[in-house]
Design a protein around this ligand. Structure first.
Ligand SMILES: Cc1ncc(COP(=O)(O)O)c(C=O)c1O
Ligand SMILES: N[C@@H](CCCC[NH3+])C(=O)O
Length: 418
């Protein structure tokens, strides 16, 4: 039954052969390991230990309902950036009381929804947003807990598109002006100041920027305390990187130890918003080689997954580990792994030395974060199915989209008379 148990078990210690999954469910197919997700989350939770706080998983990394449900069961809170993500958390069984609402552009409707269900806190990113939340809360006879997302102007040393804590980024409130904005928040009705929040970027592989940002946030907490503004929690965002190739990010435990050291002697709880570090290495994208197309200049392996399934290589020049679970007896050559989408930027990997034959199944590793959630229907391609492997059981947790799903809700214009 298991044709490639070695590879399957090497991946995450799970007993399901990837080739069987590809055969049963077709490709492209996202496969996640329940154990890998649980272990990664528990690393945060255990490191937090008895310190008061909440690990709010960043839903944008992987919002599959089964993933959210699993994390809710393990005691996660959630970091959301839209009404849709809030709905997903609720549908998956997560408690709105454990939700923090981030994002620079919260709409009237989204704020109202969040107040109706009672989210834990709004991470506010501007003064006009404060005014909007205050007005909506007042009209609903509710009080909104708020923290300001401050921008500490720290270089996260990551890809510029996923760096968020520099003053030229759209995110957060300049930490230098934050005390005045807190005073403004204090003057508005139906707001309750509970925290300070920051998130400086994603895929950080060095601890220093995190700790620098935390120092600046704690200095702000002191300034606020001196003004009589009490801060109950500090939210240090997400951002811890993972190994895609040869990066060596700090271990979750080591990172947490350093963070908690800085909080020693302070009466603040710790909130965090990790996404990638919980799900990235727990997921694989399986794809089948459709055609081999050697040319004079390059060898192309055209596979059935594309940039619409995983846009990270095209968008961030992200490197993805590609493994042939074939097996192929062809001799190894250098291949560009490309998809069927009509874009030159539609590639998954460049210049990989692989033995390939048409029909082989490739595993793209570490695709559990920002993989499916960033997928689209570009070229009217249906989105992949998602599977969670739990020991030797594989659960289909999202069906492959059908052509009917693709055109659902659309309508033709009435026929014109001319
Ligand atoms: C506000 C906020 N919180 C949390 C995250 C999650 O970050 P990561 O997946 O890098 O842990 C992000 C994404 O960068 C974010 O923008
Ligand atoms: N989507 C990004 C990270 C998230 C950025 C969100 N602030 C990635 O795939 O690396």
């Amino acid at each position: 039954m298991s044709y490639f148990p070695r590879i399957a078990s090497q991946l995450y210690g799970e007993g399901v052969a990837l080739s069987d999954l590809a055969q049963t469910h077709g490709t492209p197919l996202y496969v996640y390991s329940k154990k890998a997700i649980s272990d990664a989350f528990m690393a945060y939770k255990n490191a937090l230990g008895k310190h008061e706080g909440l690990i709010c998983y960043a839903v944008k990394a992987n919002s599959n309902l089964a993933v959210l449900g699993l994390l809710a069961e393990l005691g996660a809170g959630f970091d959301i950036v839209s009404g849709g993500e809030l709905q997903r958390v609720i549908t998956a069984g997560g408690s709105p009381n454990n939700v923090v609402f981030s994002g620079v552009g919260k709409s009237h409707q989204e704020i109202q929804f969040a107040l109706e269900v009672g989210v834990k806190c709004f991470n506010v990113e501007s003064s006009p947003e404060l005014e909007r939340i205050s007005a909506i809360a007042t009209s609903m006879g509710k009080t909104a807990n708020i923290s300001l997302r401050v921008n500490p102007d720290v270089d996260a040393q990551t890809h510029p598109y996923i760096s968020t804590g520099l003053k030229e980024n759209k995110f957060g409130i300049d930490i230098k002006t934050a005390p005045q904005v807190y005073e403004f928040a204090q003057s508005l009705p139906n707001l309750n100041i509970t925290g300070v929040d920051c998130h400086i970027g994603s895929q950080l592989t060095d601890m220093t920027p995190f700790l620098d940002a935390l120092d600046r946030v704690l200095a702000l907490v002191d300034t606020l305390e001196a003004k009589g503004i009490t801060i109950d929690h500090v939210d240090i965002g997400g951002g811890l990187g993972v190994t895609y190739r040869d990066e060596q990010p700090p271990a979750v435990h080591d990172y947490m130890v350093e963070v908690l050291k800085k909080l020693e002697g302070r009466n603040v709880s710790l909130m965090m918003e990790p996404g990638r570090s919980i799900v990235a290495n727990a997921g694989i994208l399986l794809t089948t080689v459709e055609y081999l197309k050697p040319t004079e200049h390059k060898n192309f392996a055209i596979v059935d997954a594309a940039m619409n399934d995983n846009i990270r290589p095209a968008l961030y020049q992200a490197w993805v580990n590609v493994e042939n679970i074939g097996p192929s007896d062809a001799t190894a050559q250098s291949w560009d792994i490309v998809g069927p989408v009509c874009e030159t930027g539609d590639f998954l990997a460049h210049d990989r030395s692989l033995s390939l034959s048409a029909g082989d199944v490739l595993a793209l590793r570490s695709c559990g974060a920002y993989g499916f959630t960033m997928s689209s229907n570009y070229n009217s391609r249906t989105r992949a199915a998602e599977i969670i492997v739990d020991g030797d059981q594989a659960h289909l947790v999202r069906e492959r989209e059908s052509f009917d799903d693709l055109i659902k809700g659309e309508a033709l214009l009435p026929k014109s008379n001319q």
